[in-house]
Design a protein around this ligand. Structure first.
Ligand SMILES: [Zn+2]
Length: 125
């Protein structure tokens, strides 16, 4: 079994893979957030662009710069299957070199449009 990079404890095939492959839509803001983290780990810029709100999507995205080491989801507000907006707060651990490691804490905002969750933006603490 290949563990899912998002740290859910499930296998990749049962967790983020169907979302990243476009076979299923993430049902909640948290599942979209987890699948986007997985896409960062797997350097899948296409999925990140696809799941970014058109008003905030960057024109270029550097997915090579940072090595992601782990994800902890701290909490969320709304973002459920029956909501159309929500936030997810998480800590992502990373390293950018042999000795440079750190973590990023962000509260991300998501909206659901035409039945699809999209990442809007986030506040980094
Ligand atoms: Zn996952």
């Amino acid at each position: 079994m290949v563990a899912c990079p998002c740290g859910s404890g499930q296998s990749y095939g049962d967790c983020c893979r169907p979302f990243v492959k476009g076979e299923l839509e993430p049902p909640t803001a948290e599942s979209l957030m987890r699948s986007r983290y997985t896409a960062y780990v797997r350097r899948d810029a296409g999925y990140l662009h696809r799941t970014w709100h058109p008003t905030t999507v960057p024109t270029t995205l550097d997915v090579e710069a940072v090595e992601w080491r782990g994800l902890e989801v701290l909490g969320s507000t709304r973002g459920g299957a029956d909501d159309d907006e929500g936030t997810v707060t998480f800590v992502a651990h990373h390293s950018t070199g042999v000795i440079s490691t750190g973590q990023m804490r962000e509260t991300s905002r998501f909206v659901k449009q035409d039945g699809r969750w999209l990442y809007v933006d986030g506040d980094v603490d």
